[in-house]
Design a protein around this ligand. Structure first.
Ligand code: HEM
Length: 458
């Protein structure tokens, strides 16, 4: 790719990272390389090659350098960031707690907290649905993952994460940067954010320790579980897993919800079809996990929202040995990018790729809720579009292979129950004149929120 000799595409990366990724994926095809001041990155936009990296040759890769640089301070050696034997042990310990059948116990809390979130909403009021959904999913995470009641920090956690991601990503992308300790407004906001997250995690762990007896929340199950050697988690490991679950467990789910409302508001036909299905299935009562299997259109709506606005829009991997991919040889330490944003919007893999069409997932394709949950993962269901597309990974909002998202069933249950609960009472309209644009931080955030007008349906 053309760029300045040393800076490469640094300016594009700072100005419009999503546009840059898209151009690479469209113009340069299956494999494209970008150079910027920090080195180079190779974007893979081919389902078969993506499957090679995530599944078939996964043992030749570790997580990408970006995740390590941005997340290490927060997540330490938690499930998302650890490697090798430590990761394998933690994943084995955690897996049973994430099985769909066990997660059903959390459904009533998910529904109750959703209703509470909307309890004060009145017809005609404007709410920032991005902030509302962040707050909701954080409260759900606090209660179900940790068994503690959310306090006033709920809203501040979202802001803390934004400040951290904005500052840290800018430092990674730009060659001109102040030391992190320099007291600029951005640095001060980010450091305050780190302090807030740290104190939230400390509060969670202390409350659990004080309460003593093991409760039924996910963290307790994880801490109580011991490995084959009988060893329990060290205090440092408990801190890292708590922070990992807190962040991985609420941020992406909130974004999936927020983007779903945004897309529904712009597609009234889909919205009406969803309302019909929800009304018919629930007949005025609150949703339970079993209802989700009886609402295929709801599943398709969520699946389609995750296609167009994948919260984890890029996955990175670094090769730990030389590797051949697509006829090219890459040395050890090559950094590969795999982008759900690019591939899931590619016209080679999806007809009318930018259109919101939940129908494309109906008629034979199994909904996202039924995607494999096993250790090996695998390609997500085949959409009914682009019959000539090559096999493999065209749709992977939860990643794939051994490092596939462990929280997928949890997230899909939460999003499904929250959408069903709210859609049976409300519709949401974008405030006229507001511009909603995605901001690619570590996750795909709506840059200035999603201001929406609440309309009561009944
Ligand atoms: C819509 C919501 C979610 C999306 C889109 C999402 C997406 C992802 C993706 C793409 C990965 C793979 C990253 C990689 O391969 O580098 C991942 C991993 C992970 N996710 Fe999620 N996630 C979501 C919800 C959750 C929830 C609710 C939890 C926990 C309750 C969770 C916990 C994790 C963990 C612990 C990992 C690391 C797994 C491992 O490496 O073994 N996620 N997620």
């Amino acid at each position: 790719m053309v760029g300045w000799p040393w800076l490469g595409v640094t300016f594009d990366l700072l100005r419009d990272p999503l546009g840059l990724l898209e151009r690479m994926g469209r113009e340069d095809g299956a494999i494209s390389e970008m150079r910027y001041w920090r080195g180079s990155r190779v974007l893979l936009n081919d389902p078969a090659l993506i499957e090679q990296v995530l599944v078939l040759q996964h043992q030749k890769f570790i997580k990408g350098v970006l995740l390590r640089l941005t997340a290490q301070r927060l997540l330490g050696q938690g499930l998302l960031t650890s490697e090798g034997e430590l990761w394998r042990r933690q994943r084995r310990l955690a897996q049973p707690a994430f099985q769909r059948a066990r997660l059903a116990a959390y459904a009533p809390a998910m529904v109750e907290l959703t209703r509470e979130q909307a309890a004060d909403w009145r017809h005609g009021e404007t709410h920032d649905m991005a902030a509302e959904m962040m707050n909701l999913s954080l409260r759900v995470a606090m209660r179900t993952l940790f068994g503690v009641e959310p306090k006033s920090e709920s809203r501040a956690v979202g802001q803390a994460l934004t400040a951290i991601m904005r500052r840290d990503l800018r430092r990674l992308r730009s060659p001109l940067r102040l030391p992190a300790a320099f007291p600029s407004p951005a640095n001060r906001r980010a450091e305050r954010g780190y302090a807030l997250l740290e104190s939230t995690v400390t509060r969670i762990i202390e409350e659990k320790r004080r309460d003593g007896a093991a409760s039924d929340d996910l963290l307790s199950r994880l801490v109580e579980a011991s490995g084959e050697d009988g060893a329990r988690m060290s205090p440092r490991q408990v801190r890292d897993e708590t922070m990992t679950l807190l962040l991985a467990g609420h941020e992406t789910t909130a974004l999936a919800l927020a983007w779903t409302w945004y897309l529904l508001a712009q597609n009234p036909l889909a919205e009406t079809r969803l309302h019909d299905e929800v009304d018919r299935t629930l007949a005025g009562r609150l949703p339970a996990p079993g209802d989700l299997d009886r609402m295929p259109y709801l599943a398709a709506v969520i699946q389609e929202a995750l296609r167009l606005y994948p919260p984890a829009y890029t996955i990175g991997r670094s090769s730990i040995e030389p590797i051949e991919l697509g006829g090219y040889h890459f040395p050890k330490d090559t950094v590969f990018l795999i982008s759900a944003w690019v591939t899931q919007r590619d016209p080679r893999y999806f007809a009318a790729p930018t259109a919101f069409r939940p129908e494309r997932w109906l008629g034979g394709a199994s909904p996202a809720c039924a995607a494999p949950q096993g250790e090996s993962g695998g390609a997500s269901p085949r959409p009914g579009a682009a019959a000539a597309a090559p096999e493999g990974f065209r749709y992977f909002p939860f990643g794939g292979g051994p490092r596939r998202c462990i929280g997928q069933p949890f997230a899909l249950m939460e999003v499904g129950l929250a959408v069903a609960t709210l859609a049976s009472r409300f519709r949401f309209r974008l405030v006229p004149g507001s511009v909603v644009s995605p901001e690619p931080l570590v996750t795909l955030r709506p840059k200035d929120g999603i201001p929406m007008i609440v309309e009561e349906r009944r």
